[in-house]
Design a protein around this ligand. Sequence first.
Ligand SMILES: Nc1nc2c(c(=O)[nH]1)N[C@H]1C(S)=C(S)[C@@H](COP(=O)(O)OP(=O)(O)OC[C@H]3O[C@@H](n4cnc5c(=O)[nH]c(N)nc54)[C@H](O)[C@@H]3O)O[C@H]1N2
Ligand SMILES: Nc1nc2c(c(=O)[nH]1)N[C@H]1C(S)=C(S)[C@@H](COP(=O)(O)OP(=O)(O)OC[C@H]3O[C@@H](n4cnc5c(=O)[nH]c(N)nc54)[C@H](O)[C@@H]3O)O[C@H]1N2
Ligand code: SF4
Ligand SMILES: [Mo]
Length: 697
Amino acid sequence: MHTSDSATDTHCPYCALQCGMRLRPDPGGATVAVEERADFPVNRGALCGKGRTAPAVLSSRVRLTEPLVRTHAGRLEPATWEEALDAVAGGLARTGRTYGPDAVGVFGGGGLTNEKAYALGKFARVALRTSQIDYNGRFCMSSAAAAHQRAFGLDRGLPFPLADIPRTGCVILVGSNLAETMPPALRYLTELKANGGTLIVIDPRRTRTAEQADLHLAPRPGTDLALALGLLHLIVAEGRTDEEFIAARTTGWQEARAAAMAHWPELVERITGIPVPRLREAVAMFCAPESAMVLTARGPEQQSKGTDTVGAWINLCLATGRAGRPLSGYGCLTGQGNGQGGREHGQKADQLPGYRKLTDPAARAHVAEVWGVDPDSLPGPGRSAYELLDALGTDVKALLLMGSNPVVSAPRAAHVEDRIRSLDFLAVADVVLSETAALADVVLPVTQWAEETGTTTNLEGRVLLRRRALTPPPGVRSDLDVLHGLAARLGVEKGFPTEPEEVFEELRRASAGGPADYSGITYARIEAEQGVFWPCPEGPEGAAGSPGTERLFLDRFATDDGRARFVPVSHRDAAEVPDADYPLLLTTGRVVAQYQSGAQTRRVDELNAAAPGPFVELHPRLAARIGAVDGCPLAVTSRRGRAVAPARITDTIRADTVFMPFHWPGEGRANTLTNPALDPTSRMPEFKVCAVRVEPA
Ligand SMILES: Nc1nc2c(c(=O)[nH]1)N[C@H]1C(S)=C(S)[C@@H](COP(=O)(O)OP(=O)(O)OC[C@H]3O[C@@H](n4cnc5c(=O)[nH]c(N)nc54)[C@H](O)[C@@H]3O)O[C@H]1N2
Ligand SMILES: Nc1nc2c(c(=O)[nH]1)N[C@H]1C(S)=C(S)[C@@H](COP(=O)(O)OP(=O)(O)OC[C@H]3O[C@@H](n4cnc5c(=O)[nH]c(N)nc54)[C@H](O)[C@@H]3O)O[C@H]1N2
Ligand code: SF4
Ligand SMILES: [Mo]
């Protein structure tokens, strides 16, 4: 879809909304200007400040433009690509030879395109033969993914397009601050209300999103599971279940019902801090209309019981017949640009492309055939992201990192930083010198979004094409080039093409027949149709293939018997609860102007002006008790460490809770404090709740 004057239609490099945008080359040709692109249905031209300013990161002033190799003196010095790739291949191969293939780790990212995520997973299994690969999506949507699989037999963020939201009757938004994390999507909630629908927001803070709500419930962090169970208890007690739906389309209701009935409203009030009348109000609002949705984001998911918590919200939908029907259902708002596709094509520890299981012999045989290798040569499942980072320097002695900045974004970050420093060898591919890249032995400067082509899958399961709009500066290469060059040096000459479309064609075949089937999707179709929703199987020889699947589960769920599975869940405490030494709860999250570890957005002047640094949000009553005034430095201490950042006093937060955004390194790094307690199923760390002490520094 090149327009006549050579502007290019593409998508934003950042979050899972994957807003459409048009890039117009500047007269000099060195960079591009962002223009609205009203034809793309998801954002209809609207962009947030991050998307609008994304081209600033393309300029060589802030980015890496030559490979860096650490010298004997310990400094990172410019090197040629040959030297840098030789050094990386040498470092990885030496480690593998000395300690075995599993001593080499790979860490990927949910921001990588489908082609890169696919190639990275293949590189680990085929070129390195290591099982030790995982990615930052483990920190992001893994709990929702696990709960989706358990209940529905399939994991796609939203089972319906965003455009369905304004037409439902009620939306419960749990722990999502989308007014700041996906600003153009706020429109869907505004339209919902304009159409007479209601909005319930559940967040310990009265966020900009919560301000839009008809009902805002502010639970104590880490208590969403009790809250959902309490609502289900009331639904049963008030006779509001949909018995016909339960009988026809689900299994396991009796056990789930019994578990919910043990959560009396008064008990739930005590656990969550939400008065029973408010719980009743929520039930009435949710159950009154014909249709309703529950959408979760990181608030309830980033907990050591995130999978069960999401399961409890799914149970609520199933018990009221609000799933597998038009305009109803449970959905998870994914996070990173390719948060959805990045979790489907093999960079996960337990996964093969097409969302296949690495432990399934048929899946291994299918993918091994596409890859032209012996199925027995494929390693088994590896460790989850935090467990992998925690093993660095012990079992895992060399690491290749692509698309993450764990020194800032991992839980218990000071420990993770120590682990990274203790590696024998670290190679990082990045567009900027992130805090993690700064620790590397070799840094590989790669092309970025506007300079390369590739597909991403947005939060709706819509596969999109990002298109190259600009010639990259000399000196940088694509991630696909990097993997090609490394594989060749490791003795694997074939199978790592550098052309994205060639990789996608292979991905199509590898995913064919899997849960996330992309075989019917082509670059040409994506362009012609404003994206294609998976699953999208290819038709038999000569016949038309699937049109793509915009809405899931309307006829059957993706389980063997086609029924959704209730899972009985019960509330349990967070891994850490307040005590005399650490009497407060810390929760963490985002602000609108910074993205993730900030590696990219902290390099954009306009965004830094809007959000210059970390802060500690606290209630005026708490501030008065500890003697804090607005702007004074506060020391926040947990069992992991101490962080210092200025106080931001506001009555929009619970008085027993403080909030810190996690976008910054250094003294104000929120992740110095966070607890790496893991969810037993999803291995998601508990970013959203730990116990802390707060005092003026
Ligand atoms: N500006 C910006 N936008 C982004 C990103 C970014 O870094 N910056 N990152 C992208 C990515 S990868 C992701 S995953 C998404 C995340 O998108 P969101 O999930 O919307 O973002 P968060 O701020 O992490 O958390 C959302 C809310 O959860 C609340 N919360 C905290 N603890 C609890 C709890 O125990 N229960 C409940 N119910 N709520 C709680 C917080 O107060 C916060 O308002 O955003 C995407 N968009
Ligand atoms: N306390 C706390 N911590 C959190 C969270 C929280 O809510 N609270 N949220 C968690 C969540 S949901 C997430 S998703 C993680 C995210 O945290 P990170 O995994 O650190 O994500 P980013 O900061 O996006 O890091 C991406 C890195 O890859 C680089 N990069 C971007 N595109 C490419 C590319 O195409 N190729 C290569 N090679 N590099 C690229 C960027 O410059 C950047 O350095 O943080 C988690 N950490
Ligand atoms: S909402 Fe997300 S995809 Fe849209 S412009 Fe902002 S960061 Fe980019
Ligand atoms: Mo995320």
